[in-house]
Structures are given as C-alpha cells and as structure tokens.
Design a protein around this ligand. Sequence first.
Ligand code: GLC
Ligand code: MG
Length: 566
Amino acid sequence: MPRLKYLLVTLTFAASLLAQQPAKSHTDDWWKHAVIYEIYPRSFQDSDGDGIGDINGITSRLDYLKDLGVNAIWITPMYPSPGIDYGYDISNYTAIDPEYGTMADFDHMVAEAKKRGIRVIMDYVINHTSDQSPWFIESRSSRDNPKRDWYIWRDGKGPGQPPNNWQSWFGHSAWTFDEKTNQWYYHYFYPQQPDLNWRNPEVQKAMEGVLEFWMNHGVDGFRIDAVSRLFEDPGLHDDPYLPGYNAYGDRNIEHKYTDNYPEVNDILKRLRKVVGKYPGDPVLITEADEPNITELTKLYGNGDEVQLPMDFQIADVNKLSAPDFRRLFSDVENNTAHGQPEYFFSNHDQPRQWDRYGDGVHNDQIAKLVATLLLTTRGTPQMYYGEEIGMRTTDPARIEDVHDPIGKLGWPKEKGRDGERTPMQWDTAANAGFTTSAKPWLPIPTSSSVYNVENEKPDPNSIFNAYKTLLARRQSEPALRDGSQVNVDEQNPYVFSFLRKASGSTVLVSLNMSAEPHTVYLNLAGKGVKGTALKPLYSSPPFGDEIISADHIALPPFGVLVAKVQ
Ligand code: GLC
Ligand code: MG
C-alpha cells in the first residue's frame, strides 16, 4: 500500500475508534459531583392555567433551580400516555404529551437549562408500555401478528385460570385474559401496563432507538424505571407465598420468579453502549430496589453498566438511627466496584421524608438534619421537588378524591401516591403560585401558607436556606465534593459522625439523631487527621462562626455540625 494511503487508512481507523469512544473531557464524571433534582412535571409549575404543571412551567423556574444550586433535573415521564399510572404507561416514547407542551417547548427547555449549567435527565420506562401503545394494539390483534412476541402472552392453566400465581406489584394477578386471542398477557404493574418481552431482539432495538432519539434532543442521561423487573422465569414457576395478606387483600408473595434475573445486566451493558456513543459522559441511573449492597454492586458491571444505581437501602431506613446509617454508608464505602450510588430520601412513590423522619415536635430541625445527611455524604444526592422547603405528605381524605389507582384499590390501608405529588408551594398567592386555575389537579396542602419559597428565602434559618448553604458548600469544599467518607466515634448510639477526606482538607459531619442533647469527644488523631480545631461550615441550630474543638462538641437535640478541620 502506498505510504500516503496507508496513513489515511490508519487515520480513518483511529478516527472511527475515537468516534466510538469519545475522548475524556472536562465533562467526564460530572454525575459524580452533581446534585440531581427530581421534578414531577404535573406538579411543579403550571404555565397555561389548566391546573396541570407543564414544560414551559419548568423552564420558567430554571432560575430558581440555578439559584438553589442544583446541577441536573430528572423529569418523570412527559410522553403521550393515557395517564393510568400518571405517565408511567407510555403510548409513544418519542413525543411529548400535549398536556405538557410540544417538542419545541422541550427543546427550548433543554437549551435554557444548558445556559444555566443544568443538565436534563429523562425517565426511561422500559419494563412495560401502555396498553394503548400501537405496539401492544398490534400485538393483541392476533396470535400471528409480527409484534405478538413483543409482549408476554401465555395460555392459561385451564378455563378462567391464569398461567400461574404471579402477582402484580399493584395488586391481584399479574395476568390479564384477552378474549380475542384466548390468551393471557403479563403485567408486573397495572393491567394497562403490559410487560415488554426483552428477550426479543426487535424490542431491544426499538428501545435502543428511543435512547438515541432523546440523546439527539440534547439530554444528558436517563433514569431507568423498574429495571429489575425486565425478565421473568420462562418456566413460569409459581412464586412462593409468604404469611399474611397485603393492602389489596392478596396473599403475600415473594416475587422470586419475576425479579432480578442476571439478563438484566446484559441489557444494561447494551444501553450503556448506546448512550456511550455520545459525548459529554451521559449518565444512566437505575431504579432498582436492591435488597443489599452485593446486589446493588452488580449494577455497575465492570464500569460498563450504570454509573448511578439508586440506593434504596439508605432511602428506606425510615428512622433516625445512627448505627443503621453508619453501617449502610460503610457498606457503600467498601463496595467492591468502588462505585458511587445515588442517594435520596424522597420521590414520587413514597411518603415524603418530612413525615417519615419527623417526630411531630422537631420536624423543621429534623428536615435540616436529613438535608445534611443527603448533601454531605459521598454519593450523588437526588432531591425531590419541595423537600427544600419542607413539603409534607398530604394524602386525600376521601376515597372519591384519590387519583392514583392503587389508592382506590387499597383504600384505606394504601391511600396511593397522591400525597407526595401535591403541587409545589411557591408563594402565599392563590394555589401557592402553582397555577392560575381555580382547580389544581391535586389540592394545595394547607401547610403551604407557611412552607413556601417566598416565605423561606429571606429567613436565614429556613429549611430552604439549609439546602442552599449545604449545596454551595458541597461545590466549594473539595472534601465534600470528592473526599472519601470515614466513620468516627463508631460506637456512639445517638450521634452519627463521619469525616470527608480529600488530599489536604478534611470536613467533619456530626448529626445528633436523638431528641436529647449529646456531647461528642472525637479522637481525630486516631483517624490520621492532624488538627482538632473545627471551623463551622454549616450548623443547626446555628453554632456561630467561632472555632470549636473536636474534643468537645455539644449538640442540641437533632443538632447538626458540618465543620472544616484545621
Ligand atoms: C416505578 C415508578 C412508579 C411507577 C412504576 C411503574 O416504580 O417510579 O411511579 O408506578 O415504576 O412504571
Ligand atoms: Mg399546564
């Protein structure tokens, strides 16, 4: 081969390699240092007066988010949907539901977010589609339709009998009979959410195309919904029963044959490859309720699956227990993949942290303590809209008012998820500034007259300003941004203390998780830290700016200290 041609071929080959593997740039690993803010679009800000939040509403609040100090937003589904599961039943993955706006509104929002240094993460709901998806409509039309195998169709055990005893997470059988073709289809969630068959390569291809579509619209990553549910036992074995009954009146069951199949990891690898073709280090986050650190660690693969598995173990401690948090965070620090999970305490599926951790007496103080825990630990924090102002869960009072179907099915034991999805509380105007409509889609909680952005912004001791200060410290202090996390005072039953250590700087965090005052005496030298003088970076109730000694830290009930060691 002539030299020049050889050189060209080599260069082209090198370029194609580079195209497959974008060069590392300053944007790489941004997700390690970001704080992600979850937006439930229906409830964040209404811009057109129909009582339902929308995309232009989000865009109008980007300055608020920038001022608060978050770096990315994850928006729950805004795709066309019949809305049985409020957007988690998608009928078209590559469009915007007119209820929320247009594709042009979306592109505008992404561009405006970018200008403010805020990244956009989409929800990627892959276990199931809506039963109104054209894919499913075709699939159910006949047994020999080319899309029949895109879903999971099986014969019943006998007349009127489903193929086995598998149960839906949302109550009753996971199988629904379809008269037309005389077979049953499988759905882990509502009957209107048929499960896709991820063993079918055409399904894989179609869903990979969805990722590409949104990457081309400039998004920065995806939160993958319900990922552990992608595969089920092809042998259709019955799940084992457990003692007792659930809120829906079904026998309790262990979802042994419908959860956490190792094939999930193969799919995650494929998805990571798809987003990895794009520059800017796009992030994948998994919603997978893993029972322990060993299972959670598998989601990193060899660094070729997801960057940020959500840590449900820490999210669900549900009591202020220093020993429990100490043990769980140290599990994470020692995970064999050296991965960094995503931490959160609230989301659109569970009662807000205000209610889960509050004791009814010290709730504001506890809200600041939980904020400190979230924003000073080493994982990537994820906030849920409104937690920064102390929003609480406000369940419907009557079954007639319930929107979320599980609330109707399980009433009164299970009131559904409306309570944690109420509109954002912006100010003291009508409907808390959320909408100009007389009828917001969910009622505005009465607590909004006190707990709202307008009231809390000027108050230095508000929950809002606790978040704002902590978010700023997390960016400005190298130890909080990047440092390792090391427990101290390990036997203390009431106070959870740990160090964040980066080269050349150390920050101490002490959280009194009890309603009694406690004094801690820390031996930092024993942890290889020089210096015992502490300069407060954030404290609540406020300690003032004076230097205190690590030998003697007096913490009031639920008191919090974040301090630089000098
Ligand atoms: C996830 C979502 C939840 C939804 C379910 C089914 O758990 O967070 O809101 O109902 O998946 O898509
Ligand atoms: Mg609207």
